[in-house]
Design a protein around this ligand. Structure first.
Ligand code: 4AD
Ligand code: MG
Length: 450
């Protein structure tokens, strides 16, 4: 049976019979032997295969060039060379798929931009292989975190008629193009979801603690390294919970994920440390060990004004914090993760709970160095009349949201939740600088290849 390289590298003892397959990374030939570094994507490290000139299949060794796929039968033996514990002495080799000379991954050190243009091949490189193994493990850790805390996983719809964030950044879904919405497939205008929150709330007010984890779409025309048109979001929602409990959960969540990455990364962290961010492990260890600072929006604005710094976007109470402000606050002011809470009502969506000051709502954002906003959440307005008034202020069509108001009519409860951008979490734990490099196939304005 085929074994994965990651298991062979960790094997306790020699094995007389092993079968492995993968892609050739490098080959070196001497008179009587060839040496192949074989990688099957199961770990950062590949394994050395030693091929004696006399064995079956040796004829095709000359075609086992970088990128070719091969199958090997052999023996797992202690490695003679430095740095590796085990190698494979081949008894039989087979060329499974050959590779012509135009294979684009011959050379090392290609730019991220070039690799994005060959996103179908980039997972075969060390850095991207590590990134996407990390992505998979981080997703598993997300599910583990919520499972261990009795949160129920809810699959909220991707096709929806409601605009949760009220920002009008939705992709329209239609089968009749420019025709009237009434004549369209669903008999009304429908979109790809920008957030599963509203539907998530319906399940939290039945099952108590729930979370969603799925694809999310935003038709916002921002060309930044942190925005994608399709990304994955994790959205917990808790009944009988206030903003304090929400901020606590966000912090516990971040720490859990970071500890998981530090403990279970199959050696992948080392490549991010080497090529992307020398201080990565220190930064992650520090986050796992210390509490997040908290600061109200009002104080955050004061700190920005006191800084005397010239920002591209001037700051005054009431403006949306821009990425430069968020990064200044966590990178320069608190030098670590920071949760900002109680934002002006005028810049936030309709569903956030009004504070008694009449000016702010119970919103919170978690900001981290290097990335900026990584989590955004709030306590929700659970009071029927206040919610209805807020919906009217935001010019929502009340008939469309009757079901959402019903949650406040029938046994309403204080509740709160947040949304965590999965790619931004991944950027934080890998140090990768561009969101396009942590999602397998990035969708951004003007770009929907593959
Ligand atoms: O702050 P946002 O817009 O909040 C919501 O959607 C709420 N409904 C969440 C909730 O309370 N249940 O988005 C949440 C997070 C952001 O903090 C960010 O990490 C990520 O989603 N995000 C994006 N990630 C990549 N590309 C984009 N265009 C993103 N927009 C938001
Ligand atoms: Mg936000």
């Amino acid at each position: 049976m085929r074994k994965l390289v990651k298991h062979l590298l960790k094997n306790e003892s020699a094995l007389s019979e092993v079968e492995l397959s993968g892609w050739v990374r490098t080959r070196r030939d001497s008179k009587d032997f060839s040496f192949i570094e074989l990688n099957d994507g199961s770990s950062l490290q590949g394994i050395q295969v030693v091929i004696d000139a006399g064995i079956p299949g040796y004829d095709s060794v000359k075609k086992m060039n970088t990128g070719a796929s091969i199958r090997v039968l052999g023996e797992l033996v202690e490695s003679q060379g430095k740095g590796q514990s085990w190698e494979v002495l081949a008894k039989e080799v087979e060329l499974v798929g050959e590779v012509p000379e135009d294979y684009p991954l011959q050379k090392k050190g290609q730019t991220p931009e070039f690799l994005r243009s060959i996103a179908h091949l980039r997972p075969r490189t060390n850095l991207y292989g590590a990134t996407f193994r990390m992505r998979s493990r981080l997703a598993y850790a997300v599910h583990r975190f919520f499972n261990e805390r009795d949160f129920t996983y809810v699959h909220t719809p991707i096709l929806t008629a409601s605009d949760c964030e009220g920002a009008g950044e939705m992709f329209r879904v239609t089968t009749n193009g420019a025709g009237k919405p009434e004549d369209d497939f669903f008999g009304k205008a429908t979109y790809l979801t920008v957030s599963g929150q509203l539907e998530g709330e319906t399940y939290a007010t039945a099952l108590s603690n729930i979370y969603t984890f799925g694809p999310t779409f935003r038709a916002e025309n921002s060309h930044t390294s942190r925005h994608a048109s399709e990304f994955w979001m994790i959205e917990p929602e808790m009944a009988f919970c206030d903003l304090g409990g929400d901020m606590d959960l966000a912090e516990e969540f971040m720490k859990f994920l970071v500890k998981d990455v530090l403990e279970n990364n199959e050696g992948d962290l080392s490549i991010f440390e080497k090529f992307i961010d020398k201080g990565l492990r220190d930064r992650l260890e520090k986050l796992a060990a210390s509490g997040f600072e908290r600061m109200s929006y009002t104080e955050a604005v004061e700190r920005l004004l006191q800084s005397g710094k010239q920002f591209d976007y001037p700051v005054e109470w009431g403006v949306n914090l821009q990425s430069e402000h968020e990064r200044y606050l966590c990178e320069e002011v608190v030098k670590g993760p920071l949760t900002v809470y109680d934002y002006p009502k005028s810049i936030k969506p309709f569903y956030m709970r009004a504070n008694d000051d009449g000016k702010t709502v119970t919103a919170m954002d978690v900001l981290v160095p290097g990335v900026g906003e990584i989590i955004g959440g709030s306590q929700r307005e659970e009071r029927y009349d206040l919610l209805k008034a807020a919906m009217e202020d935001h010019k929502l069509e009340l008939e469309e949201y009757g079901w959402y108001l019903d949650l406040r009519k029938y046994g309403t409860v204080p509740h709160a939740g947040f949304g965590a951008g999965f790619e931004r979490l991944l950027m934080y734990v890998t140090g990768m600088q561009n969101i396009r490099d942590v999602i397998p196939f990035a969708r951004t304005p003007g770009n929907c290849e593959f």
